[in-house]
Design a protein around this ligand. Sequence first.
Ligand SMILES: Nc1ncnc2c1ncn2[C@@H]1O[C@H](COP(=O)(O)OP(=O)(O)O)[C@@H](O)[C@H]1O
Ligand SMILES: [Mg+2]
Length: 427
Amino acid sequence: MKVLVVGNGGREHALAWKLLQSDKIEGVVCVPGNGGTASMEGCENVKLAVDDFHGIKEVALNHEIAFVVIGPEVPLAIGLADYLKQQNIRVFGPTQTGAQLESSKSWAKGFMKDIGIPTAQWGVFTEDEKTAAFEFVDRYGAPIVVKADGLAAGKGVTVAATVEEAKAAIVAAFGGQFGMAGECVVVEEFLHGQEASVLAITDGETIRPLLPAQDHKAIGEGDTGPNTGGMGVYAPAPVVTDEMMARVETEVLQRAIAGLKERGIDYCGILYAGLMISPEGEVNVLEFNCRFGDPETQAILPLLETPLDELMLACMEKRLADFPPLRWKSGASACVVMASGGYPGSYENGKTIAGLDRATEAGAIVFHAGTELKAGELVTAGGRVLGVSAIADNFDNAFAKAYHAVDCIDFEGAYYRRDIGHRVRTM
Ligand SMILES: Nc1ncnc2c1ncn2[C@@H]1O[C@H](COP(=O)(O)OP(=O)(O)O)[C@@H](O)[C@H]1O
Ligand SMILES: [Mg+2]
């Protein structure tokens, strides 16, 4: 069978790579894909925008696709899954109402409160309620968090160090600075601790957590500087203990699925809980995402032994309760992101990428994100260019392997952090 993967990031390359490892998968079509999916055997790209619903449907029908996997949040939030299902095409990924968990922070907060999922105290305010928003900020004091209500490509959240900064962020959000986000704002209590991501796969009834992951969002070493889409990640994250994982499963994931079902939302796909773990081990949900994480996927999937297509089919056919336990490789997985110089600010594209063969020979799996095949040559085409993943018996060896591979790769202006995994490495 053939599968269509929607998206063009490192996540989608990892999904295509993992799907192609299954005996049952003859081919993967990526829309639009990247340089990595274009050069992977068994995979082809079709250049279409992810909001070209009609075009995607045509590709699915022409290639006799068994099912579609929707990678990014934007097509999910605008209803691509709903559209394809109406055309009798099977889809792994939630419908538009389910995707609200990610596309509306105020909806998600209300949902969490209604069903008793632990989360930071918050208020939600429309533009008319700006005075009340300011009062909320004054009452809680700084640090405090301001979130534009809607998808903002990871740029809608301000962790304000002062009351003034928080108020400025509220004004900016109402001023439309975050595009489709910003009709209302969520102002939220600041939580201390370490962040971790728990992704789970679900058919809307049953939920199966994947290995917990921890990423580095900041651009600079020592977790400093502006936030990015993610500069590196590792799994399984030891900060999420087995006991904590069991609590997350029952108090967060199962509750969420039950709550969605009660609201008539048939949720099939990935439910991703972004967690804040306090120094005392208290777990709060910062946000939900409705799709695989990027770069978490590039660290998690290399450890997964269960064929991904079988797991996804079990979800789409609502058989997850009867599916055997997920099988994982033992050991640890590391992923180091290589970015274009200047990212997350402005950067140049079109730089020739060299050394990928040597990186692969060094035992790494190189997932492409912002790359493109141009006249047979691989060039940079985005802020995050590559995710260099490696697995080994422990984190030290996994990071040594990943960094060795990173050292083999070269493109002008390449930037990466040397300290990815500092919490779990001894070297
Ligand atoms: N209540 C909070 N307390 C402390 N930090 C927060 C809080 N909410 C969000 N953050 C920080 O802001 C980042 C982005 O917030 P998040 O809710 O994940 O939105 P998004 O991923 O959509 O930008 C988080 O990864 C975290 O670092
Ligand atoms: Mg987030």
